[in-house]
Design a protein around this ligand. Structure first.
Ligand code: NAD
Ligand code: UDP
Length: 339
């Protein structure tokens, strides 16, 4: 049975991926410093799956801690989720973002080399397509110009991983470019639990719905899109997690670097998202239109054909599923993982 180390595995996408890996017969080891999560998510992963996770509290930048984890577990592959991800915060705290996101990557790569582990999957983002490429994005497009330090950390980490793979032909590196993950596990036991005021649309919507925020502001309705609001490729987090299992199966069969978009290929506007959430959950949300948010692109969506062709992966869940599952998680856990 192969063992996968999830760096940053207690977070939103990591915890959902842990469930799918355990259900597919992999052993899971998680290392997280709880900068944006808590150990309760992993307890719930164990409840959902009836399986144990080896959980370590440590900073992934800290190589001595990583070495202990690699000595205590025979790691076959790493999935690197550990990172700071708030776009606005990254503009205010660029040094913290570069330090955290790049150093975690370097420490992981150095430790992997020391322990002769050559397989790594990296959580990249559609943001690396930048402002210059045209939708739908395909993997062979050049990385673009980003509008914020968070995006640049992803561009830089992709470059670091590509260079490392080039210098080490036995390595297998997969860069997964996520589009907009939303929703929650259908059990309603795990989901997204942002600290403070949510930056992203769906956690904000969910907190308005549960009464933690007064109303949603939709950023801009004068974009060159069908209804004037921005369009994104929202993907159910469980579909995304299943994409990681396919990528893990694949990473053991190849060498070199592969890049995959993980998205549905279908964009929805902010207004469509809000009205779908209202309809499927039978409620009214308070919202108003406000000015554009700086740095937002009118549209971002994937061409997801490559993941289907090479990994045999495609999304299965609908926007309705995403909205219902998000609400099940938020209404069962109005304060997230806090009691
Ligand atoms: P998240 O914040 O829920 O998970 C990231 C986890 O990494 C958290 O548990 C956090 O505590 C941990 N972490 C951060 N720095 C660490 C460090 N130095 N040492 C140990 N643990 C550390 O975020 P998520 O939504 O699950 O995202 C996972 C990854 O996917 C991130 O790298 C993110 O940039 C990337 N990504 C996310 C999205 C999205 O919309 N959620 C989109 C594209 C890419
Ligand atoms: N958005 C919004 N109000 C909010 C948060 C987000 O209108 O409170 C919009 C945002 O302008 C973008 C879309 O929702 O068009 C998705 O934003 P999010 O931050 O979730 O993801 P992004 O695609 O920017 O990474």
């Amino acid at each position: 049975m192969k063992t996968i180390l999830l760096a940053g595995g207690a977070g939103y996408i990591g915890s959902h991926t842990a469930v799918e890996l355990l259900n597919s017969g992999y052993n899971v080891v998680v290392v997280d410093n709880y900068a944006n999560s808590c150990p309760e998510s992993i307890k719930r992963v164990e409840k959902i799956t009836g399986k144990k996770v080896a959980l370590y509290e440590a900073d992934v930048k800290d190589k001595s801690k990583l070495e202990k984890i690699f000595s205590e577990n025979k790691i076959d592959a790493v999935i690197h989720f550990a990172g700071l991800k708030a776009v606005g915060e990254s503009v205010k705290m660029p040094v913290e973002y570069y330090r955290n996101n790049i150093d975690t990557t370097l420490s992981l790569l150095e430790t992997m080399k020391k322990f002769n582990v050559g397989n790594i999957i990296f959580s990249s983002s559609a943001t690396v397509y930048g402002e210059d490429n045209k939708v739908p994005y395909t993997e062979e497009m050049k990385r673009g110009t980003c509008t914020n330090p968070y995006g640049w950390t992803k561009v830089m980490m992709e470059q670091i991983l590509e260079d490392t793979a080039k210098a080490n032909p036995d390595m297998s590196v997969i860069l997964l470019r996520y589009f907009n993950p939303i929703g929650a596990h259908e059990s309603g036991m795990i989901g997204e639990d942002p600290q403070g005021i949510p930056n992203n649309l769906m956690p904000y919507v969910a907190q308005v719905a549960v009464g933690r925020r007064d109303h949603l502001t939709i950023y801009g309705n004068d974009y060159p899109t069908p209804d004037g609001t921005c369009r994104r490729d929202y993907i159910h987090v469980v579909d995304l997690a299943k994409g990681h299992v396919k990528a893990i199966d694949y990473v053991f069969t190849t060498k070199g670097v592969e890049i995959f978009n993980l998205g549905t290929g279908t964009p929805y506007s902010v207004t469509e998202i809000v009205t779908t959430f209202e309809r499927v959950n039978n409620m009214k949300l308070k919202y108003e239109y406000g000015p554009r948010r700086q740095g937002d692109l009118p549209e971002s969506y994937a061409n997801a054909d490559k993941a289907y062709r090479l990994l045999g992966w495609k999304t299965e869940k609908t926007l309705e599923d995403m909205c219902k599952d998000l609400w099940r998680w938020q209404s069962n856990n109005p304060n997230g993982y806090k009691k």
